[in-house]
Ligand binder design. Structure first.
Ligand code: GLN
Length: 483
């Protein structure tokens, strides 16, 4: 069983199977394989089957919406009404969200079925999914390796076909990097395209939700439902959402693609570079014009991001204080003791590290030297892209400098972990859309190629990825143990 979202829609419409049947199949696969992968924090069997029954009734009456009856998994960072929403943190281990995130509301409106909530790095901080209070997630291609992070549970679930699609969030690469490491497709839309309402905040000026699926075609379907203006998110973009699926099939004839020389320099594994070159040749054969470009401030993106993201997270995470919701320590002697022990017990090591660095960067006397400086560099990074888009339609490069690494290999070296995001982070700083699609393997592990678009050009990305996926089948591969 390896259907994607579009295939499931066709099967449901043709009456080949019911939503209850396909939902049961996925729940059975989750029960069988989740122990090896640890990609789900909660499996919502009862909700899923109830939603599937309602979907079948709607289908029978000819009242299907865009995704009626399609089972999906959601990163455990989207608030889900009446369902535990933990962000993989001890501090929210007992938190039942009292409302739905806009993204979840949209999926309900369009008839999708929720299979469960997926594992992640605590509060989306990480690149390996090892920073979870529920333990690390394994990569389905090699269970000794990480699936990437922070949306590693969602990516592993789709890669192992425990769900045909899933949601993720991307603050510095957390959709694209796990998509690359797990051999699937994922898109981070333009900042403002998808509402952040009910998406637990990490770095508010960087966070964007987006989908994972096998193919660009499936991502287009999921992104359609996720997108749109939302007055409850003050940074939501008030602009029309194009028909993403309708734009697929336009081809890439005459498309001008830029290759940033900085993305192919030292630090990129040579075997990955070779795989990407082969994919670029395919796009050339399809009619794309490829030229070299430069994004000269690329090397500033990691330090800039880690100052801004940590500053923002130190502020965002101040709401977890043991008073209103979440974990509270036993027998506090006074308010300060309550704060200190609740937060001390509730947050994991990486989250604490970031809150401390962020608080330091924002403190009086240091603000100008760190936060303000980082905002100035952010502007330079954004201008690099704007200049590049004067001469090209789309930018292409690797998603990650390496393939999936062994669990534990970088746990004691945060800087080497942070460097995993070298090609993905600058898009979040600029607010641009990006996606990763599988283009081959190195030593049995998947390689992702990243496409970067101009503002609100998700259609350009999806169309290019779709064109490539019409002539390749990397996106259809499922690791042997999960077939
Ligand atoms: N790895 C980056 C970080 O740790 C990005 C995470 C993300 O996109 N949520 O901050």
């Amino acid at each position: 069983m390896a259907p994607g979202v579009a295939e499931i829609q066709r099967g449901l419409a043709a009456g080949k199977f019911s939503s209850v049947e396909i939902t049961q199949d996925y729940l059975a696969r989750i029960a069988q394989h989740n122990p090896a992968l640890n990609c789900f924090i909660s499996v919502t069997d009862e909700i899923a089957l109830e939603q599937a029954r309602r979907a079948d009734a709607a289908l029978a009456k000819g009242q299907a919406a865009a995704l009626t009856g399609v089972p999906l998994a959601h990163k455990d960072l989207f608030c889900t009404d009446g369902v535990k929403t933990s962000c993989a943190s001890r501090i929210l281990d007992n938190f039942i969200a009292p409302y739905d995130a806009s993204v979840i509301e949209n999926f309900k409106r369009d008839g999708a079925v929720m299979l469960g909530k997926t594992n992640m790095d605590e509060f989306a901080m990480g690149s390996s999914n090892e920073n979870s209070c529920y333990g690390a997630v394994a990569n389905p291609w090699n269970t000794e390796c990480v699936p990437g992070g922070s949306s590693g549970g969602s990516a592993a679930a789709v890669a192992a076909n425990l769900a045909p699609g899933a949601t993720g969030t991307d603050t510095g690469g957390s959709i694209r990097q796990p998509a690359a490491l797990c051999g699937i497709t994922g898109i981070k839309p333009t900042y403002g395209r998808v509402s952040r309402y009910g998406m637990i905040a990490y770095g508010s000026s960087l966070d964007q939700g987006g989908p994972f699926a096998r193919s660009a075609e499936d991502c287009a379907l999921l992104l359609q439902t996720m997108s749109g203006f939302d007055r409850r998110d003050s940074t939501s973009a008030e602009r029309a959402v194009p028909d993403f699926s309708g734009a697929l099939g336009e081809g890439v004839e005459g498309l001008k693609i830029g290759l940033p020389q900085e993305y192919f320099a030292d630090g990129l594994d040579g075997k990955i570079a070779a795989v990407i070159e082969t994919a670029i040749d395919e796009l050339r054969k399809l009619g794309a014009e490829v030229r070299d470009i430069s994004l000269p401030n690329t090397d500033l993106s990691i330090p800039t991001y880690y100052v801004i993201a940590m500053a923002e997270c130190s502020s965002n995470l101040s709401r977890f204080d043991g008073v209103r919701f979440g974990h509270r320590c036993d027998n506090p002697v006074d308010l300060e003791d309550l704060y200190k022990r609740s937060r001390g017990e509730g947050f994991g090591a990486e989250v604490k590290r970031r809150i401390m660095i962020g608080t330091y960067a924002l403190s009086a006397g240091y603000y100008d030297a760190y936060y303000l400086k980082a905002q100035q560099l952010r502007r330079l990074i954004k201008e690099d892209f704007q200049k590049a888009f004067d001469s090209v339609d789309l930018i292409l490069g690797p998603t990650t400098p390496e393939t999936a690494f062994k669990i534990g290999a970088k746990s004691n070296d945060p800087v080497s972990m942070y460097l995993q995001d070298i090609y993905t982070i600058s898009l979040n700083l600029a607010g641009l859309p990006g996606m990763s699609l599988p283009v081959g393997f190195v030593d049995g592990l998947p390689v992702g190629m990243q496409l970067i678009g101009n503002y609100f050009d998700e259609t350009g990305l999806l169309n290019t990825a779709h064109s490539y996926q019409q002539v390749s089948d990397w996106h259809l591969q499922i690791p042997e143990a999960f077939r």
